[in-house]
Ligand binder design. Sequence first.
Ligand code: ADP
Ligand code: MG
Length: 363
Amino acid sequence: MVDLVVDKLIRRYGALQAIDDVSFTVKSGEFLTLLGPSGCGKSTTLGALAGLDKPTEGLIKFGDRTIFDSKKNIYVSAEARNCGLVFQSYALWPHMTIEQNLAFPLKLRKVGSAERTRRIQEVLTLVEMQDYAQRYPNQLSGGQQQRVALARTLVYQPSILLLDEPLSNLDAKLRDKARIWLSELQAQVKLTTIYVTHDQSEALALSDRIAVMNKGKIVQLGTPHEIYSRPADPFVADFIGTSTFFPGRVQSVSGECATIALASGKTIAAKSVKALRAGADVVVAVRPENLRLSAGQGARMGDQGTLLNGRIVSRSYLGATNQYLVNIDGVVAKTETPEDFSVDTDVSVWIPAHGSVVFAKDS
Ligand SMILES: Nc1ncnc2c1ncn2[C@@H]1O[C@H](COP(=O)(O)OP(=O)(O)O)[C@@H](O)[C@H]1O
Ligand SMILES: [Mg+2]
């Protein structure tokens, strides 16, 4: 268990800056997720930690040990880093039983036979696969194979666990289950973990902290709650959860709260992450759960908030709830509620106070 430090990491491929000056620290035992769209540099960053790829510039330390330093020309090989790496594909040896698959990395590390047996037993119990030791990989489901892949990594007691989209080959139901299971496992083993995913709900559910990446940069680093409730920019507001963006202009500013005039002339109070000046063009981001619909127009749903008028554009039945697209002042917003509204009816849209965040228009 060690702290991990990444400082000013850069990886260029020709003209492309796949990692563009990335710095972060992970505390011992912490679960940090790199979250972002495909191609934003998550796997390249993970590969740099694992020693699969040599970055162009920067510094990486595991605890007191420098494993990469471009200035001092230090580059520790992958084998000597003792990272546990799990990918989307399980990559188990098909001709070996589960037990033999797990024994393999231990034999490489010259672990004796009795100790091998003990550790394999222990780690298979940890991933709840103790009854499958004599099976072959093709006799297991995808979810079971992924557990074995994780066990094969845990069995050699890595100092850091690196997981690259490990659940994305599983179907939706299994992925939900595996997520809960992984979260419980992490609480038991307390390994410093870097988890890569493009799936925001996975990141929110599993992580102590999330680093949101876009185009090779970390655009925000914080707890799931911080990232969701105080997104640093419109990209984060839209990538984590969804947001509807209303254009507007700053009327007045008081501390971190700004009053914004929307196109309709109505005003809305919104939190601002960065300082804004009166008169500036802005966008106000509102989460679907903060757009509360009720029948007819002019119906307030509380003392503090903003009332807007809307018209239902479309409705999708989702079983427990309905998803609506609502035209509000020319902006089409997505929201959900179990209540029934027909297409083309007028509705009131109530946005409670503290239910919106404002960004400068050019951010
Ligand atoms: N070996 C490589 N050669 C050239 N470009 C690469 C190479 N590996 C990755 N890239 C590019 O670097 C960017 C980041 O890739 P990657 O880290 O795999 O993204 P992610 O894992 O976030 O989807 C992408 O534009 C990708 O095409
Ligand atoms: Mg990737």
